[in-house]
Design a protein around this ligand. Structure first.
Ligand code: CUA
Length: 343
């Protein structure tokens, strides 16, 4: 039986090629949207910038190699069909399959390894030092002073723009991973170890940090806000965070304050300046000043505090804090008003 043979010199565009276009074009459009507060492709820090450049070199290299391979396939399938000499085929396989990838991979490896010293070098002595502990599922943060003093915060990190910072990363329970994609690469937090990460934010803005290592049911709900600001704003912020809590400024909040004490919330949470001095959960001294609550999970609003306290078990599955759904509505409302007012 004879199959009809096409004219070798007249390639036709088949529906398959159009389908490839349909995949490639939207991908380019999607990549163009990789900006915003949680994107390694929209760097706002020195390390993130270097990592982004490495990424784009790899994308460009991969795209070029893809074009060469597809070009060869097109050539073989449409332009010069039929048998090629054994010698040519062997050269193509050895050259394209072994020599070429080896050269490309060695080049990329050398480039990647050359970045490591600057990505890993510690911040100069005297730089801002922040200790962060990964917990299930939130972030314990301590700003360490030069004289051993420490300001506790939770789930929010402020950094002065253009200044190096040294993070000391630990884990309380299981392995977590500390990652602020816009500022730097990720570093694992391992129980029993202290890992170091230095970074230098270069652009003022609000960014998002995430846990990048699966750590249990609410791994995806363990995030934090990062505020990069001018030095003067940072100084004002850290001075305020070091202060004790303000007194409640409404009857509702005052009622919430006594309910907070009566229901034993202070056994787990600290509100500095009051009898609440627990260390199991996040420090709540200035929780009302944060951008979000529940580890960058809910907006910082009174009704969200209410929702959180009443339904911790469904808002953040398997979280240690029990749900206080047994409390009367007005008590929940008063505690929410108290916490929201802790600015
Ligand atoms: Cu912590 Cu994932």
């Amino acid at each position: 039986m004879h199959l009809p043979v096409k004219n070798r010199r007249s390639p036709t565009i088949r529906p398959g090629c159009l389908r490839i276009l349909w995949v490639v074009l939207p991908s380019i459009v999607l990549l163009a949207g990789c900006s915003g507060r949680q994107s390694a492709l929209s760097p706002a820090g020195q390390s993130a910038q270097q990592i982004a450049v490495l990424f784009w070199w790899m994308v460009a290299g991969a795209a070029l190699i893809w074009l060469i391979v597809i070009g060869l396939a097109f050539y073989a399938a449409y332009i010069r069909r039929g048998r090629h000499s054994r010698r040519q085929s062997a050269l193509l396989i050895i050259g394209g399959g072994t020599v070429f990838p080896t050269i490309v991979l060695i080049g990329l490896l050398a480039y990647g390894l050359a970045l490591i010293p600057s990505l890993m070098s510690p911040a100069p002595p005297g730089s801002l030092r922040i200790r962060v502990v990964g917990e299930q599922w939130w972030w314990r943060v301590h700003y360490e002073g030069a004289n051993g003093e420490s300001v506790p915060v939770a789930n929010e990190i402020h950094l002065p723009v253009g200044e190096p910072v040294q993070f000391q990363l630990e884990a309380a329970d299981v392995i977590h991973s500390f990652w602020i994609p816009s500022l730097a690469g990720k570093v694992d937090m391992i129980p029993g170890r202290i890992n170091q990460l230095s970074l230098l934010p270069t652009k003022v803005g609000v960014y998002r940090g995430v846990c990048a290592e699966y750590c249990g049911a609410s791994h995806a709900l363990m995030n934090f806000d990062v505020v990069v600001e001018e030095r003067a704003e940072f100084d004002a912020w850290i001075a305020h965070q070091a202060d004790p809590a303000n007194t409640p400024d409404s009857p509702d909040a005052a009622q919430g304050s006594s309910l907070f004490a009566k229901n034993g919330c202070g056994a787990c949470h600290a509100v500095r300046g009051t009898s609440a001095n627990g260390v199991v959960g996040p420090d709540l001294t200035h929780v009302g000043s944060r951008l979000s609550i529940g580890a960058s999970l809910l907006p910082n609003e009174e009704n969200e505090f209410h929702r959180w306290i009443e339904h911790t078990d469904t808002v953040k599955p398997e979280v240690i804090m029990p749900a206080y759904s047994m409390l009367p509505e007005e008590d929940l409302q008063a505690i929410a008003a108290y916490l929201e007012g802790l600015e």
